[in-house]
Design a protein around this ligand. Structure first.
Ligand code: HEC
Length: 217
């Protein structure tokens, strides 16, 4: 083998042999640090070694915290503001990056499209969590953490493509379901987006009229 002559191996073995039994750790440390003469210990390497050791300790502590059941998954636990802040920003960044750049597939100003969107919004159950003009969200929605936002407040904050992406894919580990996963067609999701975009100006009567069943019951 290149680099390790039998003579060298013998030397190392006899060196190890010369150490008293209980000083094996010392020998080990010596071996670790003896890449160069001791006098030339590189401060950078020492720093990196400390950082490495710290990372291992943090990883073990985190494993105990999460897998040891210390972390509470209760919906009643409010996240620390730092975790909440991080989650909000991760969500925003993820939605922004994943949302398609392609424009909406339906005409947002077509009254019939908006009306169909309102019907879908009502029939697909969005109302239960988000409410709608003149319709309260279901009581259980108040037990969701994070809580479902009032969509007329975010209607102008999110681009149509971002809303489309959220409704189609859902938001992992929150109450927001993926409607793509249960087979809601893209076309229907776009109509819902058209409706949400109009939400700030939709009156209670509009919504009632749009979602009333044609048979009138
Ligand atoms: C079971 C409850 C539930 C249902 C049903 C539900 N949502 Fe949500 N939705 C949520 C929750 C909770 C959030 C917030 C998640 C978060 O904060 O990360 C959310 C977030 C959203 C957002 C993103 C808001 C933002 O600021 O990024 C949109 C848009 C949305 N929902 C639309 C809909 C539509 C449209 C439907 C029906 C097709 C629907 N939701 C059905 C619970 C629900």
């Amino acid at each position: 083998m290149a680099g390790t002559s039998p003579a060298m191996t013998m030397e190392v073995l006899s060196l190890a042999h010369d150490f008293p039994r209980d000083s094996t750790p010392a020998l080990f440390l010596f071996a670790l640090t003896s890449a160069g003469p001791l006098a030339e210990i590189d401060p950078m390497k020492t720093l990196l070694a400390y950082i490495g050791a710290l990372a291992i300790i943090v990883a073990i502590a985190a494993a105990v915290f999460f897998f040891g059941g210390i972390y509470s998954v209760a919906g009643t636990t409010s996240e620390t503001s730092m975790v909440a802040w991080a989650l909000t920003h991760i969500r925003q960044a993820s939605i922004e990056r994943h949302a398609s750049r392609e424009g909406p597939q339906v005409a947002f100003n077509d009254a019939e499209v908006v009306r169909a969107g309102a019907r879908a919004f009502s029939e697909r159950g969005c109302v239960n969590c988000h409410g709608a003009p003149g319709v309260d969200w279901a009581k259980f929605a108040e037990g969701l953490r994070p809580d479902p936002p009032d969509l007329k407040e975010i209607a102008n904050e999110l681009a149509p493509q971002q809303m489309f992406w959220v409704i189609k894919n859902g938001i992992n580990m929150t109450g927001m379901p993926s409607f793509g996963l249960i087979g809601v067609p893209d076309d229907e999701i776009w109509k819902i987006v058209a409706f949400i975009k109009k939400l700030p100006s939709v009156t209670e009567d509009d919504f009632k009229g749009w979602t009333a069943s044609p048979a009138g019951h």
